[in-house]
Design a protein around this ligand. Structure first.
Ligand code: FAD
Length: 480
């Protein structure tokens, strides 16, 4: 009789059933398939170099929800999801050894911490005659389809975009398997999905001002996709609204789900194409694709430049000597106590919700690096901790870019924060949402309370050095 061969699918940041190459490969090779997820202890217990918890509460919650959703979907297909809390390279190995599987299939990661885990697992599997097989699916494009080798990826985004747009197509997403052959678990414990408390977190406070109440999982993001395209036609005005600051629909909000792989970029792309086919295309529908290209670009930069994206001098190896590891200034920035309302409001939003608009991110990052002259790596680590949508390549790539150490040589822009504030929040609605102590200020003063004399402070109930701080830098240098 032919020997039964079992394949393990190790889910990582690909928490979905649609367009999941690891699942497809496993179903192709294995007589049966065991699905597994490991909550990597290090993500929840360890700290970054500058002392931030590696994973903040909003992302931890999002991951837990995503894993619940995945288990539910697998169960609906007659399979299950084995869950462990520990080190993936040990937990997956133990299960592989126990059930005598033949292969482990997983999505390949490309940044250091992630590759160390997969390399360790691979070596252990070799010892018991098993194999780790890698699959793709993080990007719109497959690297094998690119018109250039990864190491020759153009350093300038526009060049990259033009080349890929001209020469290659986004492949269609792989279908969701209609049923699966779940391995018999016998005496293998299926495992309980940990709660936030199990991972050492307190439940975050409900925040009614949050742009969107993010719920992790493939089911939630497929609903969000449908909402943004078909239910509201928000995609049709994306280019005009994308620099917004308040509310759910000024941008897609796909980022957190993309980061955990609850949705594949190819799926978004092809749904967009379908939408354009039925309801028409315009600059806005194109622009969603354009932004997704940035995501691919930063991932390719991470592949091309490896660990240098984490170094102070970045891929450019160009350190600005004025950057300091100034914890005091950093803390004021984190706490939203810089005395610059547009910065403080954004920092308040991210601290309370784990999310901040792209416009906000550009501004707070520029402010930290170019005005406060704080080492950009500290800001990048804080974002790594707190963001619900943290993605290694996108986060570090964008910080490289803002700090001017990235590969794109054009980008050494300075943001005049006051000008930005008046452009994007002309009446101060956003600032007042997150800093209610400023709510009585008229538009003319809301972004620059520091110009008020004592009388005006009394009149509007805003007291500099009292319920709102003096600016921590020379804010008078900014002209509107
Ligand atoms: P939309 O505007 O709707 O864009 C659609 C999608 O395109 C996004 O979901 C995202 O996947 C992609 N995208 C858009 N802009 C960018 C960009 N500049 N770089 C890469 N991809 C982009 N994005 C992350 O996903 N994770 C991060 O950790 C992250 N860190 C950032 C740090 C800094 C300092 C800055 C300036 C930007 C960062 N971004 C990051 C990029 C961007 O701000 C977010 O992707 C975006 O705000 C998420 O909201 P959205 O999904 O509504 O985006």
């Amino acid at each position: 009789m032919k020997e039964q061969k079992t394949a393990i699918v190790w889910f990582r940041q690909d928490l979905r059933l649609h367009d999941n190459e690891a699942i497809h490969d496993a179903l192709k090779h294995g007589d049966d398939v065991l699905y597994m997820y490991v909550f990597d202890r290090r993500w929840f217990e360890e700290e970054t170099k500058y002392g931030f918890r590696k994973t903040g509460v909003h992302r931890a919650k999002f991951i837990i929800e995503s894993v619940h959703d995945l288990r539910q979907s697998l169960r609906a297909m007659g399979a299950d999801l084995v869950v462990r809390v520990g080190l993936p390279e040990e937990e997956i190995y133990d299960v592989a050894d126990q059930i005598k599987s033949s292969w482990v299939f997983c999505n390949r990661e490309r940044t250091q911490e992630e590759t160390e885990v997969q390399d360790d697992l691979e070596e252990s599997l070799w010892r018991i005659g098993q194999e780790l097989r890698y699959s793709r699916g993080k990007m719109l494009y497959y690297t094998s389809d690119l018109p250039f080798p990864v190491t020759h990826t153009p350093d300038v985004f526009t060049h990259f975009r033009k080349e890929v747009e001209r020469y290659i197509q986004v492949r269609p997403p792989l279908p969701t398997p209609s049923d699966t052959i779940g391995a018999r678990l016998d005496d293998l414990q299926v495992g309980t999905i940990p709660t936030l408390a199990d991972l050492g977190y307190e439940e975050p406070e409900e925040e009614p001002r949050a742009a969107l109440h993010f719920v992790g999982g493939e089911s939630a993001v497929l609903e969000r996709l449908s909402h943004y395209l078909w239910d509201t036609d928000a995609a049709k005005t994306y280019k005009e609204t994308r620099n917004g600051l308040i509310g759910a629909d000024y941008s897609t909000k796909f980022s957190a789900w993309l980061a955990q792989g609850c949705i594949s970029p190819k799926r978004i792309y092809h749904e967009l194409k379908k939408y354009e086919g039925e309801r028409g295309s315009n600059k806005s529908t194109y622009w969603i694709f354009f932004e997704l290209l940035w995501r691919d670009f930063f991932r390719l930069m991470a592949k091309k430049y490896g660990n240098t994206i984490f170094f102070k001098g970045g891929p450019k190896e160009d350190i600005d000597r004025s950057w300091r590891d100034d914890y005091k200034l950093l803390q004021k920035w984190i706490d939203g106590k810089t005395g610059v309302p547009f910065i403080d409001a954004n920092m308040e939003e991210i601290r309370r919700t784990g999310f901040m608009s792209n416009r906000g991110r550009q501004n707070v990052a520029s402010f930290l690096v170019k005005d406060l002259k704080v080492n950009w790596q500290m800001g990048a680590e804080y974002f790594e901790s707190v963001l619900v949508d943290y993605d290694v390549a996108s986060n570090w790539g964008n910080w490289n870019y803002v700090a001017g150490v990235g590969s794109d040589p054009r980008e050494n822009r300075y943001f005049n924060i006051l000008k930005q504030a008046y452009n994007y929040d002309p009446k101060g609605d956003y600032v007042k949402l997150w800093l209610p102590q400023l709510k009585a200020l008229p538009p003319d003063l809301v972004h620059r309370p520091h110009v008020m004399g004592k009388d005006q402070q009394d009149k509007y109930g805003v007291h500099l050095g009292g319920n709102y701080p003096h600016p921590i830098m020379n804010a008078k240098k900014w002209k509107r």
